[in-house]
Design a protein. Structure first.
Length: 327
C-alpha cells in the first residue's frame, strides 16, 4: 500500500509540474488567438500606409518645326510652364518613351463605306508602332458606340476584330469619344491617349459637344484624330459635316493632341504611323502648382519655349489646363 501511495504521489507531482510548465505556452497561444494582427487572412491596407503625390501636375509636350517634323533633344531649361499666367518651377523632366494605354475610336458610319478599308490599314499601321508594354482597346461607332475590344496587348486580336466590322448607319462620334474616355478608367499605364479615325460630323449622339468638352477636361487623356475629309468643294451636305473638322480640332487641341487631316486615302497608313511616333517622342514636364488651393477650379496651362540659338520658330502642343483637386 505504501509503495502504491508513493508511486501515485510521484505521478501526481510529475503531472502538476508539466501543467505549470505549459501555462506560459498556453497563455501565449491564447494571446495570439485574440490579437487581430496575428489572425490569418488578408491584412487591410489603410490609407495611412499609402501616400500618393496628387499635387504633381504632369504635362505631355510635343514640339515640331515649321515643316511639322518632331523636334527632339531639348533640355529642361528650354521649357517654361505658366499656370494662370504665373510661372511654375519644373521639377520633373523626361523625354523617354514610356508604356501607353491607347483607345482607337473607329468610325463605321455609312459615310465611311468607301474609306473603311484604308482606315483599317491605318489602324493596323498605328498598332505596329506599339511597345510590348502598351495596351489597346477598340471602340467602333455608327448609329451607336460599341466597345469592340477591351484592353489587350495583342495587336493580332485587334486586327481580327476589325476585319469583321462593316460601315453603315449614322454617326455617333461624340458617344464614341465618351465611351473611349470611360473605358480609359481601367487603364494600367499613366500615359493615356485616344486616336479617333473619322470623317467628322456627328449626327446621332446622345451626348452633346458641351458634355464631351467637359468630360475631356476632366480626363487626363490626350486626343489625336485622323480626319478623313472630303475636299471642301464636296463637303457640307449637312451642318454637322461642315462642323466636323473644327469639332475634332477643338477637342484634340484641348488635350495637347491635334488633328492630322487626310484627303488622299493612300496617305492614311503613313499618317497613323506618324501619330504613333509622336506619342513616343514627347517631353513630360512636372511641377507642383504655386497655387495650393484645393478649389476644384479650372486652371489654364501655357507651355513656352526658350529654344537653343539657331533654331527656326517652333510649335508647341500641350494640354490647355486641368481641374484643381477638391477638398
Amino acid at each position: 500500500m505504501r509503495a502504491d501511495r508513493s508511486q501515485r504521489r510521484v505521478v501526481l507531482t510529475a503531472l502538476l509540474t508539466c501543467a505549470l510548465l505549459a501555462l506560459p505556452v498556453l497563455a501565449q497561444q491564447a494571446s495570439q488567438s485574440k490579437s487581430p494582427a496575428k489572425q490569418k487572412g488578408p491584412t487591410r491596407i489603410t490609407d495611412k500606409m499609402i501616400r500618393v503625390d496628387v499635387d504633381l501636375v504632369l504635362v505631355n509636350v510635343t514640339v515640331t518645326d515649321p515643316f511639322n517634323r518632331l523636334v527632339t533633344g531639348l533640355e529642361q531649361e528650354n521649357f517654361r510652364v505658366l499656370e494662370d499666367n504665373a510661372e511654375q518651377e519644373v521639377i520633373h523632366f523626361s523625354g523617354e518613351d514610356v508604356p501607353i494605354s491607347i483607345g482607337v475610336i473607329f468610325d463605321l458610319s455609312s459615310s465611311m463605306s468607301n474609306k473603311v478599308d484604308k482606315a483599317r490599314q491605318a489602324a493596323v499601321q498605328f498598332y505596329k508602332t506599339a511597345n510590348p508594354q502598351d495596351e489597346f482597346f477598340l471602340v467602333s461607332f455608327s448609329d451607336r458606340a460599341e466597345l469592340t475590344s477591351r484592353f489587350t496587348n495583342s495587336v493580332e486580336e485587334l486586327q481580327t476584330r476589325m476585319m469583321y466590322t462593316q460601315a453603315k448607319g449614322r454617326t455617333a462620334l461624340l458617344d464614341g469619344i465618351y465611351l473611349g474616355l470611360s473605358q480609359m478608367r481601367s487603364a494600367h499605364n499613366a500615359k493615356r491617349a485616344l486616336l479617333i479615325i473619322s470623317d467628322g460630323g456627328d449626327n446621332h449622339s446622345r451626348y452633346n459637344e458641351s458634355d464631351i468638352k467637359n468630360f475631356v477636361k476632366e480626363a487626363d487623356v490626350q486626343l489625336y484624330a485622323i480626319g478623313i475629309y472630303d475636299p471642301l468643294a464636296y463637303r457640307g451636305r449637312t451642318p454637322e459635316e461642315m462642323n466636323g473638322p473644327s469639332l475634332l480640332t477643338e477637342l484634340t487641341e484641348m488635350t495637347g493632341g491635334r488633328v492630322f487631316p487626310v484627303e488622299n486615302l493612300n496617305d492614311l497608313p503613313d499618317t497613323a504611323a506618324k501619330i504613333g511616333m509622336e506619342l513616343r517622342n514627347q517631353y513630360v514636364l512636372g511641377y507642383r502648382p504655386s497655387n495650393h488651393a484645393r478649389d476644384a477650379k479650372w486652371r489654364k496651362i501655357k507651355v513656352k519655349l526658350r529654344p537653343p540659338k539657331g533654331l527656326p520658330p517652333l510649335n508647341v502642343y500641350a494640354k490647355s489646363g486641368y481641374y484643381a483637386p477638391s477638398h
